[in-house]
Design a protein around this ligand. Structure first.
Ligand code: ADP
Length: 250
């Protein structure tokens, strides 16, 4: 589904990502791990089109997407979880879902606004989808709560919900476990698994919580100092001497 070929990103004289190659198979949940400064976030920014690489290629579904913007990638179904924008904190959970732009061009609510007759229908469809998404995430009881008042875990679930409002095929999750209590962490893991197994989402996730990586991810890719150290199943990666050394040097 995604092929990273000899990808590099240089900031001034420093290579944050250095000649990395790996691929992500459709239907997997691929874990991206590594000590701080390994280049994981930079890799996500490259894949999601936020940064242009210094060298190398990115292919998504067989197409060279190296020079595409995050907006163009979004329309192709490559979606990075949206942090809830600051100004959306005062909007309700339901409104946060309803305001996600549709990923198919020509379906925007605004465009339909112009054709007055269909706007009500369109809005009702979006509302239904948002309500179903909240139900799936077990957040129906906070539908009308301001997003800013939700707990850390509820916000993460809502961020996942925002990707579900699109036609996402590949979803990049950046530290989903950060700031989430144990109970909601289990629910978040369960929802990611259901989306993967039953709804066909492919995920790449950056995570420091090794329990979550072990439960969800196969394969696991470990980066260090801008390079891919090893790729394999969780146990193989965790017990690799180079990986242990990289984490010890953190
Ligand atoms: P990780 O997510 O694995 O912690 P990052 O991708 O955030 O690693 O960072 C990798 C390295 O690149 C770090 O040394 C960081 O300081 C550097 N870096 C990241 N972004 C920039 C930037 N915009 N300008 C300069 N250096 C950067």
């Amino acid at each position: 589904m995604l092929e990273i070929e000899q990808l590099s990103k240089q900031f001034g004289g420093f290579r944050a990502v250095n000649n990395c190659s790996f691929s992500v198979q459709k239907g997997t949940i691929t874990g991206l791990v590594g000590p701080n400064g390994a280049g994981k976030t930079t890799m996500f920014n490259l894949i999601a089109g936020a940064f242009q690489p210094t060298a190398g290629k990115i292919r998504f579904l067989g197409e060279d997407v190296t020079s595409l913007s995050s907006d163009q990638l979004f329309h192709k179904g490559l979606v990075r979880t949206f942090q809830i924008p600051h100004e959306f904190h005062r909007l309700s959970a339901l409104e946060n879902l309803m305001l996600v732009p549709p990923s198919q061009k020509g379906e925007s609510l605004f465009q339909n606004w112009l054709s007055y007759g269909s706007v009500k229908k369109q809005e009702e469809e979006v509302r239904q989808k948002a309500l179903e998404t909240l139900e799936f995430l077990e957040l129906s009881h906070v539908a009308n709560e301001r997003a800013g008042n939700l707990s850390g875990g509820q916000k993460k679930l809502l961020e996942l919900g925002r990707t579900m409002m699109t036609d996402a095929k590949l979803v990049l999750l950046d530290e989903p476990a950060a700031g989430v209590n144990r109970t909601l962490l289990r629910r978040l893991e369960d929802k990611i698994l259901i989306l993967n197994k039953e709804r066909g989402y492919t995920f790449i996730l950056i995570e420091h919580d090794m329990e979550m990586i072990e439960k969800l991810c196969d394969p696991v890719i470990c980066m260090a100092e801008g390079s891919v150290l090893i790729e394999g199943d969780f146990q193989t990666v965790r017990s690799d001497a180079r990986v242990l050394e990289a984490y010890l040097g953190e």
